[in-house]
Design a protein around this ligand. Sequence first.
Ligand code: EPZ
Length: 431
Amino acid sequence: MEQYVIKGGTPLKGNVSIGGAKNAALGILAAAIMSDETVTIENVPNVRDTRVLLQAIEEIGAKVKYLDNNTVEINGSTITDVTVDYDYIKKIRASYYLLGALLGKKHESNVALPGGCNIGSRPIDQHLKGFRALGAFDDIDKGMVHVKADRLVGAHIYFDVVTVGATINLMMAACMAEGATILENAAKEPHVVDVANFLNAMGANIKGAGTDVIRIKGVDKLHGCSYSIIPDQIEAGTFMLAAATTNGDITVCNVIPKHLESISAKLLEMGCTVIEGDDSVRVVATDRTLKATNVKTLPYPGFPTDMQPQMAIALALAEGNSIVTESIFENRFKYVGELARMGAKIKVEGNTAYIEGVKGYSGADVSAPDLRAGAALVVAALAAEGFSVIDDIEYIQRGYENFEGKLSSLGGSIEKVDNERDLQKFKLKIG
Ligand code: EPZ
């Protein structure tokens, strides 16, 4: 089993180029099959979740061609199957996007109930509520979700909770329904807007993405297009918080600073210097102690839940006490036990973490409990004195392309190993 071995204590410094947004790519790759023409998508992050989704898309009959590591051509005209294979798709949460894409294209789909990170119950009731409103029937049998419609007719849908997945899924299904659909209480994340822009590039008629109300006029068909995915807000934020956590100086490049505003604001509160360029953000935290502050995760434009572990790990090194409240998912503090092994002092009560800042971390052997917490523990290990080993790094590889390579380029001593001999070799080499 692969692990990261890390020697911490060196501030991370330099420039890092940010890849395409995983959570935009997963919606866009699924939506691409809705056209019977060729769609070319650039800036696709080469991570496990996108590769698994593309495997599943190929499995149901679409043509998938990698033009390079981050550019893919998809043609959905040869899709024959609406049942998405259980083995592939159980591994990722975004399997549910094939429900909306196939329902829109074929008026039927049969997809395994989503897997993904165990950060909460992660129901899909709002997805199914929206599909039913458009005229679909659904049932769940043996872990497979089956949706089918004779006709898809536009409807007025009000989401009971702000949900990224259901917003994206209903945009896909509704863009080929007859008549108009209104999505109320819609998610406004940058990746929701990116999927809407992509669908419009294929000829859909979607207005209002990025606001609470999205209006969709159904069209008969979607044509091919070329599209480039927006930069990953969470990958960028992870490196910005790595600068704070390691007292470093990192510039994230090829980003949209507007998407990072809630993260930049918190870093300023913590005493970091934040310098915004046109497509870059520099975070300077050298030779200063971080200040404590409080954070509550909220739907965009609030502080992102996907940045909660990274933020807590920085605050656990700040001077004073901080409070982190997780309002989106019910089980997103699993990393706290692992971080305690590095010396952090955090008490979790319900959906709130009470943090008492400590002077520093000491290296330890820890396991990644999920994607974002795993990335955060790697950053903590890079700030810690001494060696650490991170297990279960396949979680991290779901959402970060070449994570260890990018961290090494910033001066981090980190290596991916898959046996004890290589682990010891790294320790001897770094000393
Ligand atoms: C997406 O998950 C992201 N995943 C998550 O990122 C992200 O944390 C989340 O949005 C919130 O921003 C992908 O895009 C693949 P939701 P999703 O539907 O769509 C409840 C990462 O690290 N809910 O916005 O599953 C749900 O339980 C991952 O990249 C319902 O109750 O999130 C949660 O409490 C982790 N019923 C809240 O809404 C539903 O039908 C937000 O979920 C759907 C959701």
